[in-house]
Design a protein around this ligand. Sequence first.
Ligand code: PMV
Length: 313
Amino acid sequence: MTFSASAPGKIILFGEHAVVYGRPAIAVPVIQVSARVTVTLTRSGEVVIQAPDIGLQISLADLPARHPLKAAIQRTARAVGIAQLPPCSLRIESTIPVAAGLGSGAAVSVAIARALSAALGSLLDDAQVCAIAYEVEKIHHGTPSGIDNTVITYARPVYFIKGKPLEQLPVGRAFTIVIGDTGLASPTAKAVGDVRKAWQADKMHYEAVFESIGALADSARQAIQQGAVELLGPLMDANHGLLRKLGVSCPELDALVLAARKAGAWGAKLSGGGRGGNMIALVNKEQAKKVATALESAGAVRTLVTEIKASQG
Ligand code: PMV
């Protein structure tokens, strides 16, 4: 018997880093990329994990205790109330670039929790899936805000404040985002750790920057709800400026942000942990291709165009 589940990627539109310090942030799913997990129950043998994209084929018993895949599997078994997993194979496939701010780790955890709990006969609900993915994020990131696992579990735009109940974000009018990848792998934990050190050395300054970022996220929430898409561009530009102040941009990200604006984007900023990974640009749908081409000329190794659809009703 075979059980499959998939989960999308994500981008943070506003509020990264400040969200770790209790300020609001906005994130949306990116359905053009996804992680997919297929669990096949076998008659005998052990629990085997296959992740061909990263060249991994290993038995669960041979993975180190704190390996994120092992943690996701064991936490799912525990949530379902099963002490001993039956023999099975878990095949993990993903088109989400790793360490690029697109939520690849959280998407794999969400897909494991759903496919494995279904295979074990007790599909977990969204809150349980989200909680498992959050615990695994802690292994990846140390002190994650929880925004990645939340937006990926619910696969809807979210207005997120750490530790608060989920708030879905109604979208008044569709808008288009071009994502440009610097190609520089950037472990989020490092950027988050550096910001923490800087904050510890000068709390007044950094709290003020976080506060300004939070205010931008609040303005963006209103603009998105009201369908005032044209207001989002300047808010993105301002957010990028504040992220530079936090020291999480880099020359490659700045070059892509500038190239996007020059090609006609309404606004642009880095997205996620920074120091590499992705940037995003808000564009008129008709200009998406032009902006993507400009990003590629300015050094992006990959571009993606995604549309955030208007909410129904
Ligand atoms: O690099 P990403 O997209 O996984 O996002 C990190 C976002 C931060 O705000 C920097 C960290 C967090 O846990 O929210």
